[in-house]
Design a binder for this molecule. Structure first.
Ligand SMILES: Cc1cc2nc3c(=O)[nH]c(=O)nc-3n(C[C@H](O)[C@H](O)[C@H](O)COP(=O)(O)OP(=O)(O)OC[C@H]3O[C@@H](n4cnc5c(N)ncnc54)[C@H](O)[C@@H]3O)c2cc1C
Length: 462
């Protein structure tokens, strides 16, 4: 493959990081973005999720720093919040699991970076813009692939102005095209139109809805935790809530629900929803904070993974990355971190045999996505089964019981709570719960709580 020109469709976090990596090896990189970017720093149509709380997981923060050294300091200089990474009911991050708030976990020297999605994207974009070989074609929509059928190669994309009349389509030729157009990616259609099979998909109906608002917390809030995450427990509590500190002393609050239990977006309903969460502290924090925005709503009814790695017939010169491959249930906050890991994987692939780039990247993306997908979908399956008369399989019910026992242990055992924290931050695989040391603690806790007066554990739903 020539490494003259690469086109990246989509200038979200995923597309920007991919463009940055490609600029190391391609002579020119063009990022095509349907939104107009110049001179605009606010929310934009193509990324409606920026109005909602975005947590940057530790693993993703490390990957971003690897890709863009110094980004973290830039964000801090721009006002991003730096909070100690410890967890606890009253300090650091208050994590409320299905069995109650996690116990205190120290995280010596570790910090958590709190930034809005807007700030993060703006800084990544300005770093990518500063690369002399990267051009932005904003206000333009990619509408399909250009393909040399005889050699099964993508040779570019067709683009159109994204404004109302759209204008005539024009061709943008490239040696490599990367689709990073996010969860609304049209790649299945583009592939079919170009004569290729579309990839098998896994979709799970999660019925997730968000309502979010930005606040300024008082200088001395009543509660002394910095961030809060209230998890849902499908079938028993279908609601969740998040409060994250972001830049300039502001915080982002997202409340929501799963299994089609969508939160209201009027002021009274928002507060009522927060009040009815299994932990009252989020609502108390909202009440004492000053609202800085209206309430924005967003629905994402399905989690969806496209298995591009399974296709045998795949054109040369084409890659797919980010949410276009896997649109996770966003409540686990995995998307940006997975995108950063994929960009690192691409950097690695570009150093290998150019002839196997497409195959290598598809395989690596599948590997990167597999862990976070299995973590998220274990819960998503439960959401999908809410209201269904069909009983979940025995292995699924046993797994649910074990995870619940783990959450219960995490309310008093710092080792178990730390393990959950590491899994949530993508620093450990979900199988870390099965490590002998952790497993023994979970089982011991379970035995104690079923035997003794400490039995406060309601059984998980059958
Ligand atoms: C409600 C919600 C909350 C989330 N919370 C978190 C979180 O806490 N933590 C986290 O890590 N992730 C979170 N995510 C996921 C995260 O936003 C994405 O995973 C991340 O932005 C990477 O996505 P992406 O770059 O692939 O796509 P996007 O960020 O969606 O970007 C796609 C880009 O492509 C452009 N585009 C679309 N179609 C075309 C086209 N045809 N031609 C040209 N341009 C096009 C769009 O305008 C956009 O700029 C959340 C997502 C949602 C929906």
């Amino acid at each position: 493959m020539n490494r003259d020109h690469a086109v990246v469709a989509g200038a979200g976090v995923g597309g920007l990081l991919i463009a940055h990596v490609l600029a190391d090896t391609f002579r020119r990189v063009t990022v095509v973005e349907s939104d107009v970017l110049d001179g605009r720093s606010g929310h934009r149509r193509g990324v409606p999720q920026s109005e909602h709380a975005h947590v940057l997981l530790t693993r993703g923060a490390d990957a971003l720093e690897d890709l863009l050294p110094g980004l973290r300091s830039e964000l801090v200089a721009a006002g991003a919040a730096v909070a100690p990474a410890r967890m606890g009911p009253g300090r650091g991050t208050r994590v409320v699991g299905p069995a109650g708030p996690f116990t205190d976990v120290e995280a010596e020297g570790e910090t958590f970076l709190g930034a809005s999605r807007l700030l993060l994207e703006r800084h990544i974009r300005s770093r990518v813009r500063s690369r002399p070989t990267v051009d932005f074609l904003d206000g333009h929509r990619v509408t399909g692939l250009l393909v040399a059928q005889a050699v099964s190669r993508v040779t570019g994309v067709s683009v159109r102005a994204a404004d109302a009349d759209g204008g005539a389509a024009r061709s943008l030729y490239a040696d490599l095209v990367v689709d990073a157009t996010g969860r609304r990616s049209s790649m299945p259609r583009w592939l079919t139109e170009a004569g290729f099979p579309s990839a098998p998909e896994t979709t799970i109906e999660t019925g997730i809805g968000y309502a979010s608002r930005w606040y300024r917390r008082p200088a001395s809030p009543t509660a002394s935790w910095d961030a809060m995450i209230i998890n849902l427990r499908p079938g028993i509590n279908n609601r969740f809530g998040v409060l994250l500190p972001v830049e300039n002393g502001e915080c982002a609050v997202s409340i929501g629900g799963g299994a089609g239990s969508y939160p209201p977006s009027d002021e009274e309903g928002f507060l009522r929803w927060a009040r009815d969460l299994p932990d009252r502290q989020l609502r108390d924090a909202i009440v004492e904070s000053e609202p800085l925005s209206g309430i924005s709503a967003y629905r994402t009814p399905t989690s969806r993974r496209r298995h591009y790695e399974k296709l045998r017939a795949w054109p040369q010169g084409l890659l797919v990355a980010g949410d276009a491959v896997c649109a996770f249930n966003p409540i686990y906050g995995q998307g940006m971190s997975v995108s950063a890991l994929e960009a690192l994987a691409l950097r690695d692939c570009l150093r290998r045999d150019p002839e196997t780039l497409e195959r290598d990247f598809r395989d690596l993306v599948a590997d990167i996505v597999a862990g976070p997908w299995s973590l998220a979908t274990a819960e998503d399956m439960k959401l999908a089964s809410v209201g269904s008369r069909k009983r979940r399989s025995l292995p699924a019910r046993l797994r649910d019981r074990f995870i619940y026992a783990g959450h219960d242990a995490a309310t008093s055992d710092p080792v178990v709570a730390r393990t959950f924290g590491d899994i949530m931050m993508m620093r450990a695989e979900p199988t870390a719960l099965l490590r002998p040391h952790t497993l023994a603690r979970i089982l011991r806790h379970r035995l104690r709580s079923t035997r003794g007066p400490r039995n406060r554990t309601a059984e998980p739903p059958p």
